[in-house]
Structure formats: C-alpha cells, structure tokens
Design a protein around this ligand. Sequence first.
Ligand SMILES: Cc1ncc(COP(=O)(O)O)c(C=O)c1O
Length: 385
Amino acid sequence: MEIMKVSKKAEEIPPFIVMDVLEKAHELEREGEHIIHLEIGEPDFPTPGCICDAAAEAIKRGETHYTHSLGIIELREAICEQYQEKYGVKVEPDRILVTSGTSPALFMIFSALLEAGEEIILSNPHYPCYPNFATFLGARPVFVKGYEEDGFQLRPDRIKKKIGPRTKAILINSPANPTGNLLSKERMEEIATLGLPVISDEIYHGLVYGEKEHSILEFTDKAFVLNGFSKLYAMTGWRLGYIIAPAPFVRPLQKIQQNFHISAGSISQWAGFAALKHAREDVDRMKSTYDERRRYMIRRIRELGFGLSMEPAGAFYMLVNAKHLGASSYELAFELLENAKVGVSPGIDFGDNAEGYLRFSYANSLENIKEGLDRLEAYLNGSRG
Ligand SMILES: Cc1ncc(COP(=O)(O)O)c(C=O)c1O
C-alpha cells in the first residue's frame, strides 16, 4: 500500500485555469516583457485609508484574539443595517455568520446543505469554485445553459426542467462573474418561488452601474446570502465575508466554523465594520472610475470585432465572444499573451458554455486598459490577420 497517496478528491479538484495564464504572464515578466493584465479578478485600488486606520486602531486596542464564532456583534449589526437600508429586508444579527472570505462561506453552506449524491443547480457559465466545491463534497452540479443574447442569465423555465428528486438548491450570482450581468428582478422573483433553497452570491453588490441589484431576501426567506468585502471595498487580502442563513442553519454553520476556522480574523472584522460605516465616499469614487473604464472597454471591444450582445452593468468583467478568431479560448488566451502581451481569461475556465469566449476585466487603470486594447488591435489587425 502506498502511504504517501493523495486522496482522490484532492487529486481531482480542478485548478483555476486563469492561474495558468497568470503564471505564464509572470514568466514573461521575469524575462523582461511588459504585460497588460486584463485577466485579473481583484480591484486594483488600495484598501481605503479609513478601513486601514480602523484596523491599526483595533491592533492598538488589543483586538487581536479569537472573536465570537459568529463574528463581532458590531459588524453583524452593521450588516443588518445595510440590508435594511439597501433592500428593505429585516435580518437579525443572530442569522449572520462572519467568515474568512466568501470562498469559505460558500464551502460551509454547501457542507451544511448538500449530502453526497444530491444536486445543486448552477448556471453555465459560472464562477469556477461552485461546481468544484460541490463535486469535492460528493454532490453533483447540474448546469443550466445561459444564452449570450440575454447576457447568460439564468432562465427560470430552464431551471424548472432540471429540477428532480435529488435537487437540493439553486445558486444565483448577480452581478455575475464572469459576465458582469445582472439577473432581472422578475427572474430572481420567479426563481425564489420554485420551492427550493436559493444560495445567492451577492459579492458584487454595490458594483452596479445604472441598474439596481436585488437581494434574494427581498423575495424569500428560504435563502442563503453570501457576501464579502473583497470586491466593493478592495479588501481581497483581508479575507472577510459573511453568510446570512435561515435560522435552522445557523447553529450547524456555527459548528462548522468553530471546527474549521474558530472565527474570522479579529482585525479584519474591525476593518469590515469601518468599511460599512465610513467608506461610502471611497466606494463611490472607485465605482465611478470602474464605470468610466467599463464604458470605454465596451466601445473598444466592439470596435475590435468581439461580440458583446448586452452591455455588462455590474462587477468589473465582461465575457466577450471571440469565436470568429477560431482557436479554443485556452489557446487564444495564451496566443494573445505571448504575441500581444495582454492577459485575458479563457472562457473555458467558467464552464464549457463559455468556450469561444474571453473574460476581460477592467480592474486596471484606464491607461493600461487603453494600452492593452491598442496592443490587441495591432495584433489582430496586423500580424495575426
Ligand atoms: C462570484 C465570486 N464569488 C466569490 C468569490 C470569492 O471572494 P472572496 O475573496 O470573498 O473569497 C469571487 C472571487 O473572485 C467571485 O468572483
């Protein structure tokens, strides 16, 4: 018997393909190349000063210990206030569990909800972790295909066709990674009435341009909200997120938290509290900068001949149709990196329905975005053409 054998599930969990692109980009950079990064999934802004100051003050006050496993009460109350103010929904702090990022929150919800062999409905395309976490837990992701003409958003009638005796939940993500599109209020409402628990990943809430995002809690209580501070507050490295869970799930989730994480980081929680209380102006500033970049990128992407049937109105991504260029999205991402020196994410990372597409991120300066798109234009109209 081999004693150093890696478990099957650890062996089989897929990597993020975009990391392959990023690693190649870093290799080229080490060789002296200048790469424009449009593959990135995190804000290019520094964390706002008022948040960093609050963290420094928390350290000085000695807030450097484990916290309550559900999270500090000040932060949980501030989250409740935000959901009340923004969506008009009443949530009690004892339904909130603060986590070390949205990623562990997602894993915890899947662990609390899914038995081996049960199914969870996901859109295709989707954020790569969703099916990977489900499969890791022995559950089965069931995909509902999205269509480019309506921005790849979930269609309730398509979901209905996939619901069977083993279906346990439906996952929605609006605004979505990788498309940057929103699920309409009507569709969200209809999904909420299908009679299954809905897991709503609301991590891109707040980063919405011109439209209004909705929380699943406006339509049903049979829902798990996932949210976090990484994107809206440019706090990816602080590892802070939270779950709003239906009451019967709080204690089981709390036990998972106690066993796996004990609590979220105390300093990050105080930083998150300051984010909710004091960072509104910083958020508005970042948001209007993203919006300016978004509008510029949409125009240039279309001029370059890529397909973009709906204008993405949220997050900082767009999923563009590159089928006219022939190659697979994986090959194309490497081709553009090596020849035009521009990093983009291959659609295949987000499911087979995004094959032939590329995800562009505008979490980079307008100057870099312009340079990146100029490089693509020169390559596509020049040496490749
Ligand atoms: C849709 C979605 N959910 C969750 C996450 C994870 O975020 P966190 O940094 O809070 O773990 C990401 C990160 O890219 C994301 O795009």
